[in-house]
Design a protein around this ligand. Structure first.
Ligand code: HEM
Ligand code: FES
Length: 774
């Protein structure tokens, strides 16, 4: 027994004491891990919960792989493709028997490197040469074709009342779209389907010796088929599609896009483009139909579709694990890996890592960082076809939620092809009552579709429906709104300093949350601004209890450091709202705090009763009409060492505090801005610059009239954004080299001085070049 438990890779202890007995990661659970059966096949993310919690990187003796389960570790591996080579990405998980090898050889099978498993520098040179077709602007014209294909099949099934979606839609459409994109003639679909299943089993499965032989013949035939298609395509040099482009590049630069690459890619890309998307779509329907509230929300509001698709890719992606090999001894997740260590990165587990996603096991189509999932990989090998897959999945969902909102999942047992990496149900039976098809009453519905931009979802579309429970006058011109989830939903938790964005009529306005401890739902306070742009007046004039609104967030850009020993809280006017929530929290934590609240007069100052009741001992009021002015220099001077200031109020109050604390240590002053200096880049005043994306291996030219964010996205690289005016921090990108011209309101002076991150929506390079870790 003792012998059995020894680490089979014998990592010798090094000078830091890592490795050897101490670093040996083998445990009972690690030894029992089997990805081909049991819990991993049922739910790979849940099956590795123990690993995420206790052994984030462990050696699986059954597989001969180091299994990596946490988000940060997997992203770090994807990020560094020199230390972690992708060369084993398509290696056979189960060694091939001699008979199977002979069978493969009889077909002249010589699968070589493609893109996904090619090392640098060959990979990046090739990827750049073949990137054009995948850029968002070049994908846009394909949308119509995808729509037409989906609609054709939808017309064929809409009156049937029952269907296996995999068989009737989700398998064939992605295959046709893939062949179209590649420029490959649409030949025998069913044969191709059998071929690609064989390829999956061959690469990621654990076939028995008999199956291996059978699979080898299928794979061999697939290889020959791919070769024949390639020959046919070579005869048509001006043909359309990506493979034709690759053939032309092969003629122009044969050392970059080699002959052997073309044949191997021809076979690999059909699987990469097709099976991945078919499975992801089937997983999406299964997930949404088992979370009926989410399905109903999407039916009611199609603008939620792009983020719902992204959340499905996170929660139940079609690629659940990917591989890399360590090219040198390296430490990962506290475990020392030897050179040559093979890594199975379970991206499905990373996607449900609570360290990165709040309540990660919960399916939530309103999650605003769903797009951070690793289902498409990350970095220089990140899926080139992600925006085609997104486009297809969005069209599927849009057509079904519009034309068959009453679709339901039939009770059934789901089966999956046992393998480590590709995951999707073999069948997906759904049913509906055709008599209730909305287009019977409204024929125009059949064609009344909605389109989405190509690329990652826009955070601004992630708005949930909420209900106003009460409207209370809090002071002169100040109302507070109680907000509850609509039936069947719940609102995410929030922390002091957080704000939400309310969408009321055509207005969208941000308000800090200020609910009392224990109060269910949210509370915001709205000051009617006489000089405002009409949003607050509209809320005062129109919002009534029972009304339904849309709400984005919460987001927190004004976080309270709960470890702070002493806090000075300063509020001016309606700025009391986040400050009140902070005071509540500090009191609950038994921290020392003082609260100074200034306003025109007591009549205009909100929450006075509650403040007096809950924070009386810490409170000083400064109503201007009573001459009780707030003397900021005195307050700042009295701040004890290590004390922190949290302030919210008019811009002049905040800038006065910024000046007064200029010599204080970093992290003394925390403020929140709700308005930016405004305007996009002015092409007459700005200079163009080059951004090098180190992780993606790309160079991006940023024109004088565009933002860094726009230029990066045009290259197909995802960066989140929200406010697009330098206020929210969601577009932050890490900077490796080059001086930054900061234009945002998010970073502190010290953070700016570190020159290691910038807001891509507004900040620019000071010189001609900047290097980003993207
Ligand atoms: C690479 C997943 C759809 C083409 C990858 C990788 C993953 C992946 C995990 C490896 C990433 C890495 O190593 O960092 C998916 C999923 C899809 C999908 C989950 C559908 C939901 C597509 C489609 C196409 C495509 C539709 C083409 C039309 C590629 C290519 C690569 C790739 C060419 C290699 C990129 C490189 O190594 O530079 N994909 N994929 N994929 N995918 Fe996809
Ligand atoms: Fe909000 Fe850039 S998107 S700071």
């Amino acid at each position: 027994m003792a012998e059995q438990r020894r680490c089979p890779v014998h990592v010798a202890p090094d000078s830091e004491g890592l490795g050897g007995e101490k670093g040996c990661p083998l445990s009972e659970r690690a030894m029992a891990f089997d990805p081909f059966e049991g819990p991993y096949q049922v739910d790979p993310a849940e099956a590795l919960r123990w690993a995420r919690d206790d052994e984030p990187v462990f050696y699986s003796s059954k597989l001969g792989y180091w299994v990596v389960s946490r988000y940060d570790d997997i992203k770090a591996v994807f990020r560094d493709n020199l230390t972690f080579s992708p060369r084993i990405a398509l290696e056979k998980m189960t060694p091939v028997s001699r008979e199977a090898q002979e069978a493969l050889a009889s077909y002249g099978y010589a699968m070589n490197r493609t893109l996904v498993n090619e090392d640098e520098p060959a990979h990046m040179e090739r990827r750049r040469a073949l990137l054009d077709h995948f850029l968002p602007e070049n994908l846009l014209p394909r949308r119509e074709r995808v729509r037409a294909l989906v609609r054709e099949r939808m017309d064929a099934l809409v009156d049937k009342g029952r269907a296996d979606l995999v068989q009737e839609m989700l398998w064939e459409v992605p295959l046709t779209v893939a062949l179209d994109f590649l420029g490959v003639p649409e030949d025998d679909m069913e044969t191709l389907r059998r071929f690609s299943v064989a390829h999956t089993v061959n690469t990621w499965g654990r076939p028995t010796p008999e199956q291996q032989l059978e699979v080898a013949h299928s794979v061999g035939r697939f290889w020959q088929y791919a070769g024949k298609v390639l020959e046919k395509m070579r005869a048509e040099p001006d043909g359309p599609g990506w493979m034709h482009q690759a053939i032309r590049r092969n003629a122009e630069m044969p050392e970059v896009v080699t002959d052997s690459y073309l044949h191997s890619m021809m076979m690999a890309i059909i699987v990469a483009a097709h099976e991945t998307t078919a499975h992801a779509s089937a997983n999406m329907f299964r997930t949404l139909l088992t979370h009926r509230d989410a399905w109903d929300d999407v039916c009611a509001d199609p603008s939620l579709i792009p983020n719902a698709v992204e959340e499905c890719l996170r929660y139940a992606g079609s690629v659940v694990a990917w591989r890399r090999e360590a090219t040198r001894p390296v430490e990962l997740g506290g475990v020392r890996l030897p050179q040559g260590a093979k890594l199975l990165m379970v991206t499905a587990s990373a996607n449900q890592d609570d360290r990165h996603f709040e309540e990660a096991a919960r399916f939530d189509i309103y999650r605003d960082n769903a797009v951070d999932h690793l289902t498409f990989g990350y970095g220089s090998h990140q899926c080139m076809g992600k925006n085609i897959a997104r486009m297809e999945m969005r069209v599927f969902l849009e057509e079904f939620t519009r034309r068959l909102p009453h679709l339901r999942l039939e009770p059934q047992e789901f089966t999956y092809l046992p393998n480590t990496s590709f995951r999707g149900p073999d069948q997906l039976w759904v049913a509906w009552d055709p008599a209730r098809n909305p287009e019977r009453a409204q024929p125009g519905l059949r064609a009344a579709h909605r389109e989405f931009a190509v690329g990652a979802p826009d955070r601004r579309d992630i708005a949930r429906r909420v209900r106003v429970t009460e409207v209370t006058g809090e002071a002169e011109e100040v109302l507070s709104l109680g907000i509850a989830p609509v039936e069947g939903q719940r609102l995410p938790g929030w922390s002091p300093g957080a704000h939400v964005e309310l969408c009321v009529g055509d207005y969208e306005r941000k308000y800090s949350l200020c609910g009392a401890p224990g109060e269910s739902g949210y509370r915001v306070a709205v000051l009617r601004e006489a000089e405002g742009r009409g949003g607050s007046a509209h809320i005062h004039g129109h919002v009534r209890p029972g009304m339904e609104l849309r709400l984005r967030g919460p987001h927190n850009l004004f976080r309270l450091d709960e470890a702070a020993e002493d806090c000075l809280l300063i509020a001016g006017g309606i700025g009391i709202t986040p400050i009140l929530a902070m005071a509540d929290r500090l009191k609950a934590l038994s921290r020392r705090y003082r609260l100074h609240y200034a306003g025109r007069s007591r009549r205009s100052m909100a929450f006075l009763d509650r403040l007096a009741r809950d924070h009386g001992a810490a409170l000083t009021l400064h109503p201007a009409d009573e001459g009780a002015r707030m003397r900021l220099p005195d307050l700042v001077a009295a701040l004890p060492r290590g004390g922190q200031i949290y302030a919210c109020g008019p811009a002049r109050l905040l800038s006065a505090l910024e000046e007064l604390t200029a010599d204080h240590p970093e992290g003394t002053l925390h403020v929140e801005h709700f308005a930016a200096a405004g305007g996009g880049p002015d092409p007459r005043a700005e200079r163009p610059f080059t951004a090098e994306l180190a992780d993606s291996g790309l160079e991006v030219e940023v024109g004088a009239g565009e933002t860094l964010l726009e230029a990066i996205r045009a290259k197909g690289v995802d960066v989140s954004s929200d406010c697009c005016e330098g206020l929210c921090g969601s577009c932050e990108v890490p900077v490796l080299e080059g001086e930054i011209d900061h234009r945002d309101m998010v970073l502190t002076r010290a953070e700016r001085a570190r020159n290691d991150r910038m807001m891509a929506c507004c900040s620019r390079a000071r010189g001609g070049r900047i290097r980003l870790a993207l």
